[in-house]
Design a protein around this ligand. Structure first.
Ligand SMILES: Nc1ncnc2c1ncn2[C@@H]1O[C@H](COP(=O)(O)OP(=O)(O)OP(=O)(O)O)[C@@H](O)[C@H]1O
Ligand SMILES: [Mg+2]
Length: 261
């Protein structure tokens, strides 16, 4: 019988917006589980089995019903260490990581009756993607890996990449985060992922569309009082996504030139 002295202490992990109680226990992370957890774990197991190491490994459910995942040592760049994503080499690494993820995901067949936590309808359902590839869900260590797979669900490569580009370049109306070299950084990320001309043309309008879908989702959830989305809406996240979408939309010619020039 393990005694309390044998059990590693629970150490709260901060930084998340959505999951209230994420803790580290030894080399593991415990997060609240949901109806989607079995499908997400099947997906993470597949990623591991085909050699993708940019995600935690699922270790099942603990005695209190939480999901158990491997703890990934490193730094989450958002919000205080965005400098880690400044160099082009870092953006290229993110682009390749997303590409490797999608290539690994392409061979996954969801278990029969799989339940996903699909929050926003994507532009297609070609493969299972992450849906929240962002600096707040990246661990930068010896290994770079994405965390927070709760919203993994069918989608498309470009849907996921549009969101990642918005977050990692970043493409934003906020003067504190906006960059004069945003178009060039977008190109760097997309080149590292590797898109053909037709995909680049499809990606450009998706950038604003994907950001706008976040506003629309939060607005709809806030209208019905659903948590935690109403809290995020009240904190101004919806308005931020709306402004960012407008900023991106107004500069589509610039993005197109950068991606096709
Ligand atoms: N597998 C992991 N390895 C290392 N750290 C982790 C892992 N999973 C979560 N964390 C840490 O816990 C924090 C919150 O985790 P997570 O992103 O899963 O929560 P969340 O509330 O769902 O986040 P979000 O606001 O992005 O929805 C992260 O910022 C990270 O520091
Ligand atoms: Mg997160």
């Amino acid at each position: 019988m393990p005694t309390p002295a044998d059990t590693p202490p629970e150490q709260p992990l901060t930084g998340g917006n959505v999951a209230a109680a994420v803790v580290r226990v030894g080399d593991t992370v415990r997060r609240p589980a949901g109806a989607w957890t079995p499908a997400v774990h099947a997906f993470l197991t597949h990623l591991h089995d085909v050699g993708f190491d940019g995600a935690p490994r699922p270790l099942g459910i603990d005695t209190t019903g939480r999901e158990v995942l491997t703890y990934l040592p490193g730094t989450v760049p958002w919000p205080d260490r965005f400098d880690l994503l400044g160099p082009d080499a870092a953006l290229r690494r993110v682009g390749r990581l997303v590409r490797d993820l999608h290539d690994a995901a392409a061979g996954f067949t969801p278990p029969p009756g799989a339940v996903w936590r699909r929050l926003i309808p994507p532009d297609g359902t070609d493969l299972v993607v992450h849906h929240d590839l962002a600096p707040w869900n990246l661990v930068v260590g010896d290994r770079w890996a994405f965390i927070d797979w709760d919203t993994a669900a069918p989608g498309t490569r470009l849907w996921d990449l549009a969101y990642a580009a918005k977050a990692f370049v970043p493409l934003t109306a906020d003067p504190a985060w906006q960059r004069p070299d945003a178009a060039r950084r977008l190109r760097t990320l997309v080149d590292a992922y590797g898109l053909d001309e037709r995909q680049r043309r499809t990606l450009v309008p998706l950038l604003a569309h994907r950001a706008r879908s976040m506003h629309d989702f939060l607005a709809a959830q806030a209208a019905s009082g659903a948590m935690p989305w109403t809290r995020l809406w009240n904190e101004g996240h919806g308005e931020t996504w709306r402004r960012d979408a407008a900023y991106i939309r107004a500069r589509e010619r610039q993005w197109t030139r950068a991606l096709l020039g």
